[in-house]
Design a protein around this ligand. Structure first.
Ligand code: B12
Length: 365
């Protein structure tokens, strides 16, 4: 794996205009790729089952977003570390590994039509790089062991996992309340019980052991637990400052954002939590209005990292926001540590207790 990551250094920087052109035309590119694959007589062999067309379309949308990130940030090391995960996940859902080169050639054809010649020529080497190394990526994908995040040794984590899978809200809440009564702060429960339990849910979904429906039900139980704990333990006392927390545009994972918000609230912060999928302009407007002492962003999918860069640049360029410190966290930095390297100018913090601790630096005097 490391050799593939290192070989990503062979790729040259993408001119910003080419990355912008790809981003602007990505909807049309996705349509063309969908059509090209639909027209193939071997589609069933490639995706395993014609009912998987919807999942294939999803993958093309995700690919467009992810390549936008890769091209905008020149995130080639990240590209190399994400590809095996993609191959492995879709393989678990019945896709053939041969689907990937077929798809990548369709992307090249679409780019040739939609982008002007200079922009296409700048982007093609990235696609050729992936196509040429396909067999090697497959070998890595075949050998990745179960996601390290999912190792669950703690008894409480196991109990919580079972409760969310059984849709047993009362039991899940009882575990949370018990831990909060012991500790009075929610950070540890979120970090060491809820998070590993949900990571296990994700790994089992990824391996095709549980359905999307089961994953969604487990998630809704976890969401209910977080909201109820927040409602019952809102945090009182002296307000130490204002914080704004959001998941970036496109990002539908917001449980992490809600947990950090609750943990900060308990420590006296007045938190504006904007939740999932927050457009950049709304983030900027809200920050201008609420003037937080700091802003925190949550990211799970590698596809949306370029939005974080755009938010950071927008803050830097804004006379009201330019001095507001930014922290970021979320599963992407843990799943793909390469992500951190594109944000050396930010505080990337994975652990919510550490984030609450860090926030003290920005409290009102
Ligand atoms: C629940 C869930 C969903 C729900 C989210 C609902 C919601 N409202 O949040 C739904 C169903 C929407 C969903 C959708 C998808 N998901 Co999903 N999902 C999960 C799952 C099972 C749990 C996520 C979660 O809540 N974790 C619990 C929280 C507590 O953990 P956390 O977010 O990491 O947060 C902790 C820290 O990171 C930190 N933190 C988080 N944010 C912040 C912010 C700051 C400022 C700080 C300081 C700290 C911090 O604090 C938290 C506590 O420790 C994960 C499994 C996993 N490994 O994460 C998959 C997972 C993240 N999903 C995955 C995928 C693939 C998808 C989809 C693409 C599936 C699809 N085909 O549609 C979509 C993408 C949607 C999108 N555009 O964003 C993959 C991602 C893998 C990858 N390569 O990136 C995972 C890992 C599953 C897997 N093993 O394959 N998903």
């Amino acid at each position: 794996m490391q050799d593939l990551i290192n070989e990503s250094g062979l790729l040259s920087k993408i001119p910003p205009a080419a990355a912008k052109a790809f981003d602007a035309r990505k909807g049309l590119l996705v349509e063309r790729v969908n059509q090209a694959l639909a027209g193939r007589s071997d589609l069933k062999k490639l995706i395993g089952n014609l009912n998987a067309v919807e999942m294939m379309h999803d993958n093309h949308r995700n690919h467009a977003m992810f390549l936008t990130t890769v091209l905008c940030l020149n995130a080639f090391r990240l590209l190399a570390s994400v590809i095996p995960w993609v191959c492995r996940t879709y393989r678990n859902y019945g896709f053939s590994f041969d689907y990937f080169p077929a798809e990548l050639h369709a992307w090249k054809d679409a780019i040739k039509i939609e982008l002007d010649a200079a922009d296409a020529a700048a982007v093609f080497p990235v696609y050729d790089w992936m196509i040429e190394r396909h067999e090697r990526f497959v070998r890595v994908a075949e050998n990745i062991s179960v996601n390290g995040q999912s190792v669950v040794s703690d008894d409480n984590v196991h109990k919580f996992y079972q409760a969310v899978m059984r849709k047993d809200i009362n039991e899940a809440l009882k575990i949370g309340e018990y831990e909060l009564a012991r500790d009075s702060r929610p950070d540890k429960f979120y970090q060491f019980t809820l998070r590993p339990a949900m990571y296990r849910v994700g790994t089992e979904w990824e391996q095709g052991k549980i359905s999307v429906a089961e994953e969604h039900i487990a998630t809704s139980v976890a969401q209910t637990v977080v909201s109820t704990l927040h409602l019952k333990n809102p945090g009182t006392g002296r307000v130490v400052g204002k914080a704004m927390i959001a998941s970036v545009a496109g990002e539908l994972h917001d449980l992490g954002a809600r947990m950090i918000s609750h943990s900060l609230a308990v420590s006296g912060w007045e938190v504006t939590c904007l939740g999932a999928n927050m457009p950049i302009m709304t983030i900027i407007e809200t920050a201008r209005k609420t003037k937080p002492n700091f802003a925190g962003f949550s990211l799970t999918m590698p596809y949306y990292l370029h939005y974080l860069r755009r938010i950071v640049e927008a803050f830097k360029a804004d006379p009201i926001l330019c001095n507001i410190p930014i922290i970021a966290g979320g599963a992407v930095f843990d799943l793909f540590p390469e992500s951190k390297s594109y944000f050396a100018d930010l505080n990337i913090i994975d652990d919510i207790s550490a984030a609450v601790q860090k926030a003290r630096e920005w409290q009102n005097a």
